[in-house]
Design a protein around this ligand. Structure first.
Ligand code: ADP
Ligand code: MG
Length: 575
């Protein structure tokens, strides 16, 4: 929690002024019972109307000043807390975005979302209440106790007893709820995971008629969370009755001993009323303090969860060289890679070289490691063994930014973002004019997709591109990558949803429009990769062969098998 206080740096003035104004408010509150006592003892007892009105006016004035201080304090504390929350979320988002996939794979999306939202809100609330109560509540509790001692020593002792009893009650309740609260937050993560998975996969759920089992699973996760919250609630619910019981017993004792003192003449009636006022102030303030402590305990649990995310270091060290100056050759030297947490390598002993301007095909069954190889080139992950070399240097020597400018990748799952088509295409190159975007779209065979929409480049793309078909999304995401004019282009199964003619036209357009670009074509279709200068055949993470179509037909049994399963013998052998 303390670690996060750095986000208050810009709000030093507010952080100091808010508690001070609350203190001022509290000071006026402590004086009120004294004035009331005077009214009773002098004004009412002496039947002095003028005195009563005068003191009454004083009370109103004190109330107004107290109100102004409270409003000022609240303003400052809200401002500091909101500023704190904004800075925290901003930094957390930046941190998460800066992590490499190796790290984000490990944490999981759902829990990152709760940490960004519910956890950071909780801390923001904690900060807000902290400023308001940190000085005020202890000041009132101890101030009221001192006032009681000032009025009469043994009443002060009685107050001390009541306060101790209240502390004990609050302490035990807090201790049991804070632990439960951590588990509530964890269950909330689980529920969120279920929610996002279900919302994203709603079509699959319907197609497989899984609605009922999924509803049941959701209900069970929700009930689990509710049960935990009820358990916390039950314990917290004890707070009010127990503290009120303690205070009311104290009150009875004050009235009883007060009456005896008044009888004996060593306390006035006004003083007894002041004591009653003080004890109720203590009750109210202690309950606020207890709530503050619970809030802070929750906030500290949340801070711990957020600090866990901050503690995750990016395992990817940035290089220093500018990759955009490099020659677009790609070489793998005995590369092996295992995903974080995986027991074995997903690809092993991969070695090949692609000269600048060459086209490399990668073919292999699902799960054979094609995407994994593609991921290593723009450094989405770092190779575990061996070296990935671009332009004669290990990719780790380049800055990640420049590397990803040099290497354009169209990922297997085409993903668009809400905005317009133009906005999406400009992700490739923020400064590109409409003409360049149109040219990229033409190469990507996406010109007719854009033309089919009324507003052309200005047409809306809805959330995750759901108003486009799979093939349209693929072509637009190819255009987006081409707009950045990468000199190494990777198309990872990017034509899987295109018909054969469009696929062929796409390859032809890339060959003529992107001369000099080193191209990786990843596919399960022989037709897509057969004309590549070099073809890499993958089998369960290992290289089964590397060479041209004609060479592989002779030398690689697996390649021949794949060809014959897709093409007739004549087609396979013919050029
Ligand atoms: N993010 C990941 N975490 C763990 N294992 C993964 C991940 N992505 C892929 N794998 C595993 O790596 C292997 C190769 O996957 P991939 O490269 O995606 O194959 P392909 O693209 O050829 O279908 C598979 O066995 C898959 O289970
Ligand atoms: Mg793949």
């Amino acid at each position: 929690m303390l670690k996060l206080s750095r986000y208050l740096k810009g709000y030093l003035k507010e952080s100091v002024l808010s508690p001070i104004f609350k203190l001022l408010e509290a000071a006026f509150e402590l004086l009120v019972p004294l004035v009331v006592a005077d009214i009773i003892d002098r004004g009412i007892a002496g039947n002095d109307r003028g005195y009563i009105y005068g003191r009454g006016a004083l009370l109103v004035a004190m109330g107004l000043v107290g109100l102004c201080s409270a409003v000022t304090a609240q303003y400052y504390s809200s401002k500091a807390a909101a500023g704190f929350g904004t800075a925290l979320r901003d930094d957390l988002f930046r941190h998460i975005m800066g992590l490499s996939r190796a790290e984000t794979d490990g944490i999981g999306q759902a829990t990152l979302v709760t940490r960004m939202t519910s956890d950071s809100n909780q801390i923001q609330n904690g900060v807000n209440m902290f400023f308001r109560l940190v000085l005020r509540s202890p000041f009132i509790v101890f101030g009221a106790m001192l006032m009681a001692y000032r009025i009469k020593g043994d009443e002060g002792l009685l107050f001390t007893g009541v306060i101790c009893a209240l502390f004990v009650i609050v302490f035990f309740i807090m201790r049991s709820t804070v632990k439960l609260y951590r588990s509530v937050q964890k269950k909330l993560d689980g529920l969120l995971l279920k929610t996002s998975e279900n919302l994203e996969g709603v079509r699959v759920i319907r197609a497989f008629r899984r609605e009922e089992p999924e509803k049941a699973a959701y209900r069970s996760a929700a009930e689990d969370l509710a049960g935990e919250q009820v358990r916390v609630g039950r314990i917290s619910a004890l707070m009010n009755p127990l503290t009120y019981a303690a205070v009311n017993l104290g009150l009875a004792a004050v009235l009883r001993t007060g009456a005896v003192h008044v009888d004996a003449g060593d306390l006035t009636q006004g003083q007894v009323v002041a004591l009653v006022n003080y004890i109720s102030q203590i009750l109210v303030e202690l309950i606020k303090l207890a709530n503050l402590i619970i809030l802070l305990a929750k906030a500290s649990a949340c801070a711990k969860r957020i600090n866990e995310v901050f503690a995750i270091q990016n395992s990817m060290e940035d290089g220093t060289l500018d990759a955009t100056e490099a020659e677009p050759s790609v070489e793998f030297r005995n590369v092996g890679f295992a995903y974080p947490g995986a027991a074995s390598e997903s690809v092993s002993d991969i070695s090949f070289r692609a000269a600048p301007g060459e086209t490399v095909g990668i073919i292999g069954g699902t799960g054979s490691g094609k995407t994994t190889i593609a991921n290593l080139i723009p450094r989405f992950y770092d190779a575990g063994r061996g070296e990935v070399v671009i332009g004669g240097r290990n990719v780790r020597e380049y800055t990640v930014r420049s590397l990803r400018k040099l290497v354009g990748i169209v990922e297997q799952n085409a993903r668009l973002f809400s905005g317009t088509i133009g906005d999406n295409l400009r992700w490739g190159d923020g400064t590109a004019g409409d003409g360049e975007l149109t040219q990229a779209a033409r190469t990507a065979q996406a010109a007719d997709v854009i033309a089919s929409k009324e507003k052309g480049l200005g047409s809306a793309v809805e959330q995750s591109g759901k108003n486009f078909s799979g093939g349209q999304k693929q072509r637009l995401s190819i255009a987006r990558t081409l707009a950045g004019k990468p000199r190494i282009l990777i198309l990872d199964d990017s034509s899987s949803a295109l018909d054969f003619a469009t696929d062929a036209a796409l390859r032809k357009a890339i060959r003529s429009d992107c001369a000099g670009t080193t191209v990786f074509l990843i596919s399960q279709r022989v037709a897509t990769i057969r004309n590549a200068d070099r073809i890499l055949v993958l089998d369960d993470g290992r290289m089964a062969g590397c060479g041209s179509h004609a060479e592989l037909l002779k030398s690689c049994g697996l390649y021949r098998e794949i060809c014959l399963s897709q093409l007739s013998e004549k087609e396979a052998l013919g050029a």
